[in-house]
Design a protein. Structure first.
Length: 994
């Protein structure tokens, strides 16, 4: 057994837990003794508990004796214009400060107490602005009321991060501007924001980034438009108040992002409609208040995004009708308020789909006709328990006016001058608890005899105030005090229908009339009206007659005739006459008008020509009423249908697939209804199958396609020719590893557009096709040879050019060999030539002078040269080319090749051109392009007449100075240019010997 622990004197040591209460008590005793008794209340104030009330004392300064225990301090309704922070130094428990209705011009500092103040009320002062520095000291502030001051704007620096404000009231100021992000500093704490009664005209898109805000009050401002995404960022908002603005339009997505909002107030605005786009995203909305707007019609699709709506208020608008199923989307709706509109027409099934509706308010409308005659207007309201129809000018209640409302508990018919109630009008309402009727115009005749005992039997007489207006003997008496035997029918003051309008049918364009007659023993003025489909015809063409019906002259007969001129299908419907006097209205039966039309063909049936194997469609689009029945015939017999024949359900379209010769013939479309029969014919011709259709449509399409292609091709070639002539002197030089451009040759680099540097070297290439680029030509390749007749005539093919140029500091010269060189007399129309390897026989042609944009005088080149003349065949005989000419070309003299760029003169030493094939022989021929009309080819001993070399050298470089384009040429081709002494620069090319 463990022994107890003992102290220094041998006494048992106590547990620390047992000593803790004693230590706390000893610690508190000195403080209590020091605090002494509770401090007294300030002399100028009243105290209650921990609250000090100094309000309404006319104070201009703080009381100096505020007790330290003060938790709530009321300084309202004084004359304080500034606050001394020192007055709050000894108030460690202060949490609420009321400084409203004073003369403060700025948010005051409460000194040391600022850090623990939770609620600060500054409404009804003269504060002009809010500064962030003034609020930083309020580290515990949760409620700030700045309403009814002179604040004009809210900047994004007004509310800094720090104070955990949950409720901010800025109502009743002069705020006209809300900067974007003005309340971002309160995004972590703000729950309620009030900005009502200001001068805000526009809300920026995404103006509020307050994810915790639950209530936003913007009523009584000057907002006219709500843009889409305006309230995005208010993810927790539940109540939004926008009433009493001047909002006339809600754009699509105006409330997007408010998926948790329950209540939306839009009363007292200028809205004319509500559509689904403006309510998009309000999936959790429970209450929508739209009263006191200018909404004239309800659209069914306008509520598609409000499936959870419980209460809809549309009172005080301009509604005139409720169409069928206009509210069918609101299956969860329980309260619908439509009072103070001008609703005169409620279509049958208007409330269909409102199976959860419990309260329907239709006070102060004009739906007397619905209650007096229409049946089924309230069908679908199985859960309705309260219906108010106060002030609707109802004069009588029809027997089936409330059919479908068997579960109704409260019915208010007050404010209507009811004269009569048909028998058993309320009998089916087994759960009726309240029936409000207030009328002093009842006709206490035999038709009303049933009502008083029924009301008393259901204990409903307490809610009914009903007195008799006729007969005179009962006038002013309550219906409950009239003896049953006094309810007699000695006359009929209310009109009684004696001639009903009759249902009729008419042809289109005919004139129709409906006749209706009624009789009454009253001399009260009679009014007549006609309805079509339960809506009054405002501009009806009517004739009204009246004459005495009885010999004693006490019964008058009234007749009204409705004229319908040149009827159309728009006149179809149900027509009804309404005859009214002071004692009530009488409604006739509803006569139906049906407008008929003989069958006719809307689109002419045309003859068709098709090729065998194609598909043909014959359309017989018929009109008529009743809708005509269509039958197809081929020849004189009904059409025999096969698997290739297809008919639409109404037989207006006949489709025949894979047409064969047997399908040819005459097709007849027969249209018939009760008014007659009409026929239309189409001749179908079948052509043998061919590669090209001959019908007009295909030929037309083909013709259009061909013409369009020709026009487009012509435009393209015009552009190509223009660009070719404009830039015929330009060359593109691409330096590669194997090609080095001489210093005199400008290099038009496609990527840089700069001139290449001078290089003193010889351009070399292999004897075969170049690996990294070919000299490009815009010349005689088949793709564009159409621009050069000579090339077209001889079918010059694409060739692989093998070219090089030599360069040296000395002037360019070719080795001279006098033998066998063709003289100028044989080259009258010839030009400088380039020889290239030819795989096929080709001809060489001269270059036309027309391609030179800058001609040079003949005297500067060849004073004694002959004039060009004749044809190419005359002056330049054809030669066969089978290889590359050996030796060197003659010295180039006097030739001019136009260029768009200035070139420098260079000198070339007279020396043979080095061999590039590695064999040491001079197998390269120097060629030069020049204007054929002003220069001659000089003799060269190395080229003899008829030799292959000479033949190979006679290929002429065409219009733009490029060689014929190689079949596998690439963009890196390098046309080269050089310059001879005293002459303008010309392209210098060497053709290797194969």
């Amino acid at each position: 057994m463990a022994r107890p622990v003992r102290g220094a004197l041998g006494a048992p040591r106590r547990s620390p837990c047992l000593l803790l209460p004693w230590l706390l008590l000893l610690r508190l005793e000195p403080a209590t003794a020091a605090a002494g008794p509770r401090a007294p209340c300030a002399a100028a104030c009243n105290c209650a508990g921990d609250s000090v009330d100094c309000g309404g004392r006319g104070l201009a300064a703080l009381p100096g004796d505020l007790p330290a225990w003060t938790r709530s301090l009321n300084l309202s309704y004084n004359k304080l214009s500034e606050i001394d922070p020192a007055g709050f130094e000894d108030l460690p428990n202060l949490q609420e400060v009321y400084l409203n209705n004073n003369e403060l011009t700025a948010i005051p500092s409460l000194g040391a107490a600022s850090s623990h103040v939770v609620s600060l009320f500054l409404q009804h002062n003269k504060i002009r602005s809010v500064e962030g520095s003034q609020l930083k000291a309020y580290l515990s502030l949760e409620v700030l009321d700045l309403s009814s001051n002179n604040i004009t704007e809210v900047r994004n620096t007004c509310f800094p991060h720090g104070p955990p404000i949950k409720e901010l009231n800025l109502a009743g100021n002069r705020i006209g501007t809300l900067e974007l992000g003005a309340f971002d500093g309160l995004s972590r704490s703000l729950l309620t924001l009030r900005l009502s009664k200001n001068r805000i005209t526009q809300l920026p898109v995404r103006a509020f980034k307050l994810p915790r805000l639950t209530q936003l009050d913007l009523n009584r401002n000057r907002i006219r438009l709500i843009e889409g995404l305006t309230f995005q960022g208010l993810n927790s908002l539940e109540v939004l108040k926008l009433q009493r603005n001047n909002i006339s339009k809600l754009t699509d997505g105006a409330f997007w992002g408010l998926s948790k909002m329950h209540v939306l107030h839009l009363e007292y605005n200028s809205l004319v409609e509500v559509n689904s786009g403006s309510l998009y995203g309000l999936t959790a909305l429970h209450q929508l208040h739209l009263s006191n707007n200018s909404i004239a019609r309800i659209h069914r699709k306008g509520w598609s995004f409000c499936q959870k709506l419980h209460e809809l208020v549309l009172s005080f608008n301009n509604l005139t009708r409720l169409d069928e199923e206009s509210l069918a989307e609101l299956s969860s709706l329980s309260v619908l308020r439509l009072s103070h509109n001008s609703i005169s027409h409620i279509a049958e099934g208007a409330f269909k789909g409102l199976r959860s509706l419990r309260v329907l308010d239709l006070d102060h409308n004009e739906i007397a006709g619905t209650i007096e005659d229409t049946s089924g207007a309230f069908s679908g309201l199985d859960s309705l328990s309260k219906l108010t129809l106060f002030g609707n000018k109802i004069k009588s209640v029809a027997k089936r006016a409330f059919s479908g409302l068997e579960g109704l508990e409260h019915l208010n018919l007050g404010g209507n001058a009811i004269r009569s109630v048909q028998f058993d009008a309320f009998v089916k309402m087994k759960n009726l608890k309240e029936l409000h009727i207030s009328s002093d115009s009842f006709l206490c005749d035999c038709q009303l005899k049933w009502l008083p005992p029924w009301l008393m039997g259901r204990m409903l007489q307490a809610f009914v105030t009903a007195t008799c207006a006729h007969p005179e003997s009962l006038k002013g008496q309550s219906i409950f005090s009239v003896p049953p035997e006094s309810f007699v029918c000695d006359d009929f003051l209310k009109p009684q229908i004696i001639t009903q309008p009759e249902t009729t049918m008419a042809m289109v364009g005919k004139d129709i009339r409906f006749t209706c007659s009624a009789a009454s023993s009253s001399s009260s003025p009679m009014t007549f009206a006609w309805k079509k489909d339960n809506e009054v015809l405002t501009n009806a063409d009517m004739e009204n007659f009246v004459h005495v019906h009885a010999q004693d002259g006490e019964v008058m007969e009234y007749t009204t005739i409705l004229h319908l001129r040149q009827v159309t299908f728009g006149h179809e419907g149900r027509y009804q006459c309404v005859i009214t006097n002071h004692f009530g209205s009488t409604y006739s039966h509803k006569a139906r008008l049906t407008v008929n039309e003989t069958p006719s063909l809307a689109v002419p049936l045309e003859d068709r020509v098709v090729s065998a194997g194609e598909t043909v469609a014959l359309q017989c689009k018929a009109t008529g009423n009743p809708p005509p029945r269509i039958t197809w015939f081929k020849g004189d017999r009904p059409l025999s249908l096969t698997e290739r024949h297809h008919l639409t359900p109404d037989n207006q379209l006949l489709v025949v697939q894979n047409v064969v010769a047997e399908d040819a013939g005459r097709y007849t479309c027969e249209m018939s209804n009760t008014l007659g029969t009409e026929r239309a014919h189409s001749q179908l011709s079948v052509l043998p199958a061919a590669g090209c259709r001959k019908d007009g449509t295909t030929v037309g399409i083909f013709t259009i396609a061909v013409v369009s292609s020709i026009v487009l091709t012509s435009l393209v070639w015009v552009c190509i020719i223009y660009q070719t002539r404009k830039k015929s002197e330009e060359y593109s030089v691409t330096n590669t590893d194997e090609t080095i451009v001489p210093p005199d040759v400008p290099s038009y680099l496609s990527s840089q557009g700069t001139l290449s540097d001078r290089q003193e070297t010889v351009v070399r290439t292999e004897g075969g096709p170049q690996a990294n680029g070919h000299i490009e030509s815009n010349g005689v390749c088949p793709r564009d040879a159409s621009h050069f007749p000579e090339a077209d005539a001889h079918s010059v093919a694409c060739r692989q050019p093998k070219l090089c140029t030599g360069y040296h500091k000395e002037p360019w010269k070719a080795t001279e060999k006098a033998e066998g060189t063709p003289g100028p007399q044989k080259m009258e129309h010839g030009g400088r030539v380039v020889c290239s390897d030819c795989n096929t026989e080709v001809d060489c042609y001269s270059r036309e002078q027309d391609f030179h944009p800058q001609p040079v005088s003949r005297d500067s080149v060849q004073p004694n040269g002959p004039e060009p003349g004749g044809s190419d065949q005359e002056h330049f005989p054809h030669h066969q080319c089978s290889g590359t000419a050996a030796g060197s070309c003659p010295e180039c003299q006097g030739s001019l090749y136009p260029s768009n760029h200035d070139r420098m003169l260079t000198a070339v030493k007279k020396k043979p051109v080095a061999s590039l094939d590695g064999k040491g022989d001079s197998s390269w021929t120097l060629a030069r392009l020049y204007d054929p009309d002003y220069a001659e080819l000089q003799p060269a001993s190395s080229l003899t007449s008829g030799s292959p070399e000479r033949t190979a050298a006679q290929h002429l470089l065409v219009s733009n100075g490029h060689l014929p384009k190689a079949c596998d040429s690439s963009p890196e081709s390098t046309p080269l240019t050089g310059q001879l002494p005293g002459k303008q620069r010309v392209p210098l090319l060497l053709a290797p010997k194969s």
